[in-house]
Design a protein around this ligand. Structure first.
Ligand code: GLN
Length: 472
């Protein structure tokens, strides 16, 4: 007999309709499991004391209006700690915002609240979403439910560990460069990075504003699709949101594979990837070799553009108006001490790097070139998408790695090699769990990634369903 914490959105919808259980039963089952298992996973930084109360409200709505039009009514959701919920702490897993209480709801939160989703708590992450392992959290690392000596990925690692560990039905995360897809790959989940501007960033603590996008984690394609449909849409509070658009279906069943780029994955991950493509070709897809010459440079461009934006976005955190404050002998020392003590090492590294690439002496050498490279990537992709509907790569070079294994920052940055093109060009991408590889006698998941042109999330969901089915 399945536990309530095992169920996906579709099972919950059916169970509520048949009155097999209530939203309170489901919320309580999750809270109980979190109490038991979060100690090992450190997926949640806080479980909301009003989670069961919001489930009561959902039950009242289920009784009065039902859920035929609204599949998220009574569904437990976990939220990354950089998404604002009015009246709750939002710390971006940083000491500098340890006591920062949000004064308004993020647009995604407002939308999910209107739909009657039940917010369980806020999840662990790399500080300000910088990292690929959740080890850069000021509150200790999160761990991978498949093997707790390994990382869940990052930066949205807490959200991924929560959904994979069945401590939430679905979760929201954010992506600046792979922070949903990479932990999805390492935790065996479906993860979507939507088209830039499809989902409002209002109320998301900014990292790299031209790259950031909110997306979701689920154990099935259907769950992720449902959350995307509930959260997308134009928002007057975010000038970069797109006008509402009808998602376009794929024009053909051609999948382009940039094999030279795929070689950056570990050998057994490449093998698993090739096997998945073979299965897709048996399902009527045509696999086509494509050139993607700028792809290997995406990561280098990202690690210039992103720190530049980070250094600007985090300048507002000076310890004066809110957040952590350290005393000093004069104003300059107060700024310096507040920021040095409030930010973790990786965050400080990126602020320094970002300030450097934006200085007038180096702007042309680094920042301008990286920005130009975004244009080249977009051109390469456009050329490829003239003939194919999808581009496939492994999501990550390997499966989950051990805590502490990538202490050299550059080895950690290389985790994002396959993620960078989508964020730099604004296209949507999805990671789908199918394959596993063995490490130390443990079977670990690795995802396959599909990218597609802007506005084509619907076609990503359809190919994802062809890989793993729709799910419960
Ligand atoms: N791992 C990437 C980084 O460290 C991605 C961050 C993200 O997507 N938020 O910057």
């Amino acid at each position: 007999m399945a536990e309530l914490t095992d169920l996906g959105v579709r099972d919950l919808v059916a169970g509520y309709q048949a009155k097999k259980f209530s939203a309170v039963d489901v919320a309580e089952a999750h809270v109980k499991k979190i109490e038991k298992e979060n100690g090992a996973l450190n997926a949640y930084l806080e479980v909301f004391s009003d989670a069961v109360d919001s489930a009561k409200i959902a039950d009242a709505r289920l009784a009065s209006e039902g859920n035929t039009q609204n599949p998220l009514l009574g569904v437990p959701v976990a939220l990354k700690d950089n998404i604002l919920i009015k009246g709750k702490i939002a710390s971006a897993a940083s000491k500098i915002l340890a006591n920062h209480t949000a004064t308004y709801d993020a647009t995604v939160v407002k939308k999910l609240r209107e739909k009657g989703a039940v917010f369980l708590g806020r999840t662990n992450m790399d500080e300000f979403a910088m990292g690929s392992s959740t080890e850069h959290s000021a509150y200790g690392p999160a761990r991978n439910p498949y093997d707790i000596s390994r990382v869940p990925g990052g930066s949205s690692g807490g959200s991924a560990a929560a959904v994979a560990g069945k401590l939430a039905t679905v979760a929201l995360g954010s992506e600046t460069c792979g922070s949903i897809r990479q932990p999805s790959s390492l935790c065996g989940l479906v993860g979507l990075k939507p088209t830039y501007g499809a989902v409002s960033r209002s109320g998301l603590i900014a990292m790299g504003s031209s790259l950031d996008q909110i997306g979701s984690f689920g154990r099935s394609v259907y769950d992720v699709e449902t959350v995307f449909n509930a959260t997308k849409g134009h928002d007057p509070l975010d000038g970069t949101t797109l006008p509402d658009y009808a998602e376009k279906q794929a024009k053909n069943k051609k999948i382009g594979v940039p094999w030279a780029f795929v070689k950056d994955a570990q050998p057994d991950v490449q093998e698993a990837f090739a096997k998945e493509l073979k299965e897709l070709s048996a399902k009527g897809y045509e696999i086509v070799d494509i050139e993607f010459p700028s792809a290997p440079f995406g990561l280098a461009a990202y690690y210039i553009v992103m720190p530049a934006e980070v250094s600007t976005n985090l300048a507002r955190l000076d310890g004066m108006r809110y957040g952590y404050h350290a005393e000093g002998k004069d104003l300059f020392e107060e700024y310096a001490k507040s920021r040095a003590e409030g930010f973790g090492a990786e965050t400080r590294r990126r602020i320094i790097l970002g300030s450097y690439v934006l200085t007038s002496g180096y702007y042309d050498a680094y920042y301008r070139k990286a920005t130009a490279l975004r244009g080249v990537l977009a051109e390469d992709l456009k050329k490829a998408f003239d003939t194919v509907s999808y581009i496939a790569t492994p999501t990550t070079p390997g499966p989950a790695f051990k805590l502490g294994e990538k202490s050299d920052p550059v080895s950690m940055y290389l985790e994002d090699i396959f993620a960078a093109p989508a964020n730099l060009t604004g296209i949507p991408a999805i990671s789908v769990p199918k394959a596993t590889v063995m490490r130390d006698d443990v079977s670990l998941p690795v995802g396959i990634q599909f990218m597609s042109p802007k506005y084509t999330e619907a076609s990503l969901f359809s190919i994802a369903k062809d890989v793993v089915g729709e799910g419960a």
